[in-house]
Design a binder for this molecule. Structure first.
Ligand code: A2P
Length: 283
């Protein structure tokens, strides 16, 4: 599995298995088990996905050494602020049944972000998390919060796919050697993207699927990709994205698909309040 070095020296596998919206009715356990069997060594969950315990159980039951699996979880908004964040992390570790997570992210950039970040910095020092980062930070949001942090995040996990290539954010993060993680790299199953003619042409030329071309392209831009699937064939094929390289012309054709907007706008008024209202991780 190809890895990328983070700015704190930790190595992270370039493809992770995302479990957003996979229910906690045994489906997450089975999907993670299938992913680990297929060779994934990086699983991305969150407190607000409500499936950490199935992820942890699948990791444990896999028989793979803990240090060989990279596990990410995320602190939910409801647990922001310094004290709450400390408790939130303990709850995540309990639910996962793990002594540490490899990466812990602030899931959303609203509320007492600075207090929560301080708790993450301390957790890293205590060895409860190996790397720390943020999520859903646009250029404006990054510039609002991050200059006040003592420690630079290692990761910013954001929506990214060929229709939304995050050009401006990528160049900002590159300066500080911060890695971008792409959630919904396949456009969340968007047919216009997955069946796009340009991508289909490139995929045919390489004998690959459209999804494999998309993931290969995003990784070649420096992103860590988190494709999600509950289908065994697709779980496997989404990992098989190496062994071919897009030509300069193909890279340019992929770049031209960028519309510069995604489905989620973290800067839209009231987003933080809406998320907080709709996702409650505890009473
Ligand atoms: P399924 O679970 O049936 O495979 P994203 O990772 O961008 O959120 O996209 C996830 C969506 O894309 C899911 O609906 C998933 O459906 C679908 N998907 C995942 N992998 C592939 C693939 N290789 N080809 C087509 N659709 C895929």
């Amino acid at each position: 599995m190809k890895e990328t070095k983070l700015n704190d020296g930790t190595a992270i596998p370039s493809i992770g298995f995302g479990v957003f919206l996979i229910p906690s009715d045994g489906s997450t356990y089975r999907a993670v088990q299938t992913a680990l069997d297929a060779g994934y060594r990086h699983i991305d969950t969150a407190a607000a996905y409500f499936n950490e315990s199935e992820v942890g159980k699948a990791v444990k039951d896999s028989g793979i050494s803990r240090q060989d699996i990279f596990v990410t979880s995320k602190l939910w908004l409801q647990d922001y602020g310094y004290e709450m964040a400390k408790k939130g992390l303990e709850t995540s570790l309990d639910n996962l049944g793990l002594e540490y997570v490899d990466l812990y992210l602030l899931h959303q950039p609203y509320g007492d972000v600075e207090g929560a970040w301080k708790a993450l910095e301390e957790a890293k020092k205590e060895g409860k998390v190996r790397s720390i980062g943020v999520s859903n930070m646009t250029v404006n949001i990054w510039n609002h919060f991050v200059p006040h942090f003592d420690t630079l995040p290692s990761i910013n996990q954001v929506e990214m796919n060929p229709f939304f290539q995050q050009k401006e954010l990528r160049s900002l993060l590159e300066k500080d050697d911060v890695r971008l993680e792409a959630y919904q790299p396949l456009g969340h199953g968007n047919k216009d993207l997955l069946e796009n003619e340009t991508i289909t042409g490139i995929a045919k030329a390489h004998g690959k699927t459209n999804a494999q071309v998309i993931l290969n392209y995003l990784v070649s831009l420096g992103a860590i990709v988190l494709p999600k699937s509950t289908n065994e064939e697709r779980i496997k094929s989404n990992l098989d994205i190496y062994g071919f390289e897009l030509s300069r012309e193909e890279m340019a054709a992929m770049a031209s698909l960028d519309k510069g907007v995604g489905s989620h706008d973290p800067e839209a008024p009231g987003v933080g309040e809406m998320l907080l209202k709709n996702y409650r991780v505890h009473d």
